[in-house]
Design a protein. Structure first.
Length: 114
């Protein structure tokens, strides 16, 4: 019995806080001419928290929510466009009981000149 408790406590301690990162970039056709100016980048984020695997039920899609947040925060002017979308995922686990999944979508803003 003591060995089982020791094994359980050791397992919990070793796996108590873990973060996993992954990401991808969507390919965008590069501008053909040198008629643009880089204006910076913008980001949108979304997160869901789960306890014992339960949670996140009010989420339709973390990537979609993050992209919608990005678009809402961006006030594009005439001649501007979003390119080079990047999607980053971070999954964090705490004591094997609570975990979070955070998605961040970023994009570059290009200003085309006439």
């Amino acid at each position: 019995m003591n060995k089982m408790i020791l094994l359980f406590v050791t397992t919990i301690m070793l796996s108590s806080c873990v973060s996993l990162h992954s990401g991808s970039i969507a390919s965008t056709a590069p501008p053909v001419e040198n008629n643009f100016k880089y204006m910076g980048n913008v980001l949108g984020a979304s997160q869901a928290t789960y306890i014992f695997g339960i949670g996140g039920l009010l989420r339709d899609g973390l990537v979609r929510e993050a992209k919608n947040n990005l678009i809402q925060q961006t006030n594009l002017q005439d001649g501007q466009t979003l390119v080079n979308f990047t999607v980053d995922h971070k999954k964090s686990f705490y004591l094997g009981i609570v975990w979070t999944h955070r998605v961040v979508v970023t994009a570059d803003i290009l200003q085309y000149q006439e």
